[in-house]
Design a protein around this ligand. Structure first.
Ligand SMILES: NC(=O)c1ccc[n+]([C@@H]2O[C@H](COP(=O)([O-])OP(=O)(O)OC[C@H]3O[C@@H](n4cnc5c(N)ncnc54)[C@H](OP(=O)(O)O)[C@@H]3O)[C@@H](O)[C@H]2O)c1
Length: 335
């Protein structure tokens, strides 16, 4: 049987600014299982993620630019609906990198079968997916977070940030959370139980504000945004503090090159450690992460939220709204 797959493609590269629906097309491709190990999958959930913005330019990065007029890629969660493989049966749930499309054909190696625990299946793109894994690796492997630390988290009500806040609280840390709306501040305080949260858009001078809310300074900064926020955090780090560079979303739509850090003297004098990482280097090592996060979920120590757009055609809109800060928790598309 032939299945028609709808794919979102990029019409042209977008050097700067927020992408719009006009930058994308929907393309249809007929699919038919032919080889013995192939499986046909229907995606139910698609993840949109900030790093995809970089792939929409023709600049070289750690991951190549998207190909124009070719199906875009990204994390997705789907269900096997037809299988020529002995390892997969109809009804199996899989995660893959075949996002931005409704149906696809894959071989056995390009998808990961999941054995879901009793939680909404899309959590395998959130707390139990790259998102949770990024928070876990950044805090515990890269940053070696110590119990009792005071940690600052930016984009704290986002997908990764909301996991960082909770993992750090479980680890016995004091969490200070930054986000871009009062509603998100409420969620951080009332549901995620962080120690302090604020709306960075209302703060005129972050360095002075940090001094006011946390006079002792930060032991650890989990950086999701880069730019001026990072520079301000450096001013208020304690001696021997740790900064983990996870993302730089404040710079992603920039129309001109960002200004470099002007306070490297603080890095020197305070003997700070600043370390970046990419989750793609850690994908083979999920055991501790899965064990801990499944345990925390079962113990009801973790909460999470999703902002959901309906329909494949709305994926570009979901992506733009992610960059505009319209998500609380994980931004997903349901198809
Ligand atoms: N290193 C890795 O391997 C890795 C893996 C996954 C993600 N990341 C990075 O982690 C960060 C968070 O990713 P995510 O998937 O969890 O996204 P997210 O935080 O759920 O969503 C992005 C959020 O960024 C905030 N934002 C947008 N423009 C901003 C600006 N100019 N200044 C400050 N904040 C801004 C918005 O929230 P507000 O309302 O707070 O502004 C928005 O909701 C991103 O930088 C991403 O690139 C890195």
């Amino acid at each position: 049987m032939t299945t028609i797959s709808k794919n979102i493609v990029l019409k042209h590269y977008i050097p700067s600014g927020t992408p719009t629906m006009n930058d994308f097309n929907v393309r249809e491709i007929p699919l038919k299982l032919e080889k013995s190990n192939e499986i046909l999958i229907k995606n139910h959930w698609i993840s949109v993620d900030p790093y995809m913005r970089t792939r929409m330019t023709d600049r070289k990065n750690y991951i190549s630019p998207f190909k124009i007029n070719e199906p875009l890629e990204g994390s997705a969660l789907g269900e096997v609906i037809e299988s020529n493989s002995k390892s997969f049966v109809k009804g199996d749930f899989v995660t893959s990198f075949f996002g931005w499309r409704d149906y696809f054909i894959s071989n056995e190696k390009e998808v990961n079968k999941i054995n879901p625990i009793d939680i909404p299946i899309q959590a395998y793109l959130g707390p139990l997916g790259f998102t949770g894994h990024t928070a876990y690796v950044g805090l515990f492997q890269i940053g070696q977070l110590k119990p009792g630390s005071t940690i600052l988290v930016s984009s704290a009500a986002g997908a990764v940030g909301s996991m960082v806040c909770q993992f750090a609280k479980i680890h016995g840390c004091k969490v200070i959370a930054s986000t871009g709306s009062d509603e998100k501040v409420d969620w951080l305080i009332n549901s995620l139980k962080v120690d302090f949260a604020f709306n960075y858009k209302k703060i005129e001078n972050l360095v002075l504000y940090f001094k006011e809310i946390c006079p002792e300074g930060f032991d650890f900064y989990y950086d999701n945004v880069g730019g001026e926020f990072l520079e301000s955090a450096i001013y208020r780090m304690k001696n021997y503090g740790n900064i983990v560079i996870c993302g730089r979303i404040s710079q992603m739509n920039a129309t001109s090159p960002g200004v470099g850090l002007r306070n490297m003297a603080h890095v020197l004098v305070k003997r700070l450690t600043i370390k970046g990482f990419l989750i793609f280097d850690h994908l083979d090592n999920r055991n501790d992460f899965e064990t801990d996060v499944i345990k925390w979920i079962k113990e009801k120590k973790l909460v999470w939220k999703e902002t959901v757009f309906e329909g494949l055609e709305n994926t570009p809109m979901a992506f733009a709204e992610l960059l505009n800060g319209k998500n609380t928790g994980k931004m997903l598309v349901k198809i």
